[in-house]
Design a protein around this ligand. Structure first.
Ligand SMILES: *Cc1c(COP(=O)(O)O)cnc(C)c1O
Length: 427
């Protein structure tokens, strides 16, 4: 086998710029290795990963158990398509369905595909179960949502960068303010053709907006009152990220000691992606009970790669790691420390207006205009100091390390962040 010559960072960046479409604006760091909470660039510099591939690497980079499951399965059987059964998919479906307490699971590959799947299930349910007249179904969504990049999904986004010049847009969506129960009830009571309410338990991409206490539970109750499906997009918040196995806690068997006493919100339709992959191999899923999932019939939906044996093996291992290593509990505890430490620091610092989040999904709000480059410049300085994070929406920096981090590493990261902000403030 030919040995690949090690590229310099500049060469790797030049190649992507020349031959790749420019659909991202990456921080100028070229990574070539990862282990646990760390990544290394091609020059050998080590960093804390504080993005975790947008929360897809909750279990840490190259987790040995997940890599083993993936490589063993890759050496055995990789792809059958769903034209035939395979001996891994059913095991994964059973394991995930019982973990999250749903009757059934529908496997896909990416988060956006799982969202699309949930929307299709919801529309079918409206026509076949609720009795909405054909082609009249409406789905309520929230302002500043992020649910992915397909044509339909960007149709109900209000991010101009994600939408512009991609029309005509898909119809059938009603947008309301996030964290606003009055707006939700108004939408539900004025239109009898509403099929579902699609919501992120915390709006991650929008800048880690945590809704008011009790919002999700009350929203679910409104959905019940008006016979509308409550669809939770937990692609980013799920799989232990927010200190619970799910942010809509209450429908999982996580045996999490912080779980008791928190309000139970059981979505009718649950969407998972990102960390279901263990950071290794794309897999996403939609979960629902039989009365909903039975609207899906042979030929009415599918995916060549969805539910392939590698994804199934990886999905099981990814969930086992979360349970065995108590990652939800760890995220809960480290998240409390992280916000506490930063809150204390912020009182001494004009550069940061606030810190918010749940578990290890957090963000700081930089005291500058949305179009300023300050957040980006801080991320560049963090990179110099050995920590990788990325701004989201202008002046907000998201902090989301792998959940396998330990306390000592977290405190080390807190001091890197504080030192960097202090250096920055002096400038
Ligand atoms: C990332 C994300 C998606 C889309 O997932 P992809 O795998 O990038 O298609 C959907 N919903 C939420 C909440 C996300 O954070």
């Amino acid at each position: 086998m030919a040995v690949l010559e090690q590229l310099t960072s500049q060469k790797a960046i030049d190649l992507e710029n020349k031959y790749g479409a420019h659909n991202y604006h990456p921080l100028p760091v070229v990574l070539s290795r990862g282990e646990g909470v760390f990544v290394w660039d091609v020059e050998g510099k080590k960093y804390y990963d504080f993005l975790s591939a947008y929360s897809a690497v909750n279990q840490g980079h190259c987790h040995p158990k997940i890599v083993r499951a993936m490589t063993e399965q890759a050496n055995t059987l990789t792809l059958t398509s769903r034209a035939f059964y395979n001996d891994m998919l059913g095991r994964f479906e059973e394991y995930a369905a019982s973990t999250f307490k749903f009757d059934k699971l529908l496997p896909m590959n990416t988060g956006a595909e799982a969202v699309e799947t949930a929307l299709k299930i919801c529309r079918r349910w409206a026509y076949q179960k609720k009795g909405v007249p054909e082609n009249k179904a409406q789905i309520v969504v929230c302002e500043n949502n992020f649910h992915g990049r397909t044509t339909t999904i960007i149709s109900f986004s209000n991010d101009p960068v994600a939408r512009k010049n991609y029309g005509p847009y898909t119809e059938g969506f009603i947008k309301i303010e996030y964290d606003n129960l009055i707006a939700l009830e108004e939408a539900l009571e004025t239109n009898s053709n509403i099929a579902g309410f699609l919501v992120e338990p915390i709006q991650g991409e929008a800048g880690v907006y945590v809704p008011s206490e009790g919002y999700l539970k009350a929203a679910k109750q409104l959905c019940e009152k008006y016979d509308v499906l409550f669809i939770a997009d937990e692609v980013q918040t799920g799989i232990a990220r927010t200190g619970r196995l799910l942010a809509t806690c209450g429908n999982c068997s996580c045996s999490d000691k912080h779980c008791s006493g928190t309000p139970d919100v059981k979505p009718d339709v649950l969407i998972l992606g990102k960390a279901l992959s263990g950071g290794a191999y794309p897999i996403s899923a939609v979960l629902a009970n039989d009365d909903i999932m039975e609207v899906i019939t042979p030929g009415s939906h599918g995916s060549t790669f969805g539910g392939n044996p590698i994804a199934a093996a990886v999905g099981i291992a990814a969930l086992e790691v979360v349970k065995e290593e108590e990652l939800a509990e760890n995220a809960f505890e480290l998240g409390e420390i992280f916000r506490e430490e930063l809150k204390t620091f912020i009182t001494t610092c004009d550069l940061v207006l606030g810190v918010r989040g749940k578990g290890l999904l957090n963000a700081i709000l930089i005291n500058d205009t949305e179009d300023s480059t300050t957040a980006w410049d801080i991320c560049m300085a963090l990179k110099e100091n050995g920590l990788l994070a990325k701004p989201t929406h202008g002046n907000i920096i998201r902090f989301a390390p792998p959940l396998v981090m330990n306390r000592e590493q977290l405190l080390d990261c807190v001091s890197i962040i504080i030192k960097t902000l202090q250096e920055f403030e002096k400038q």
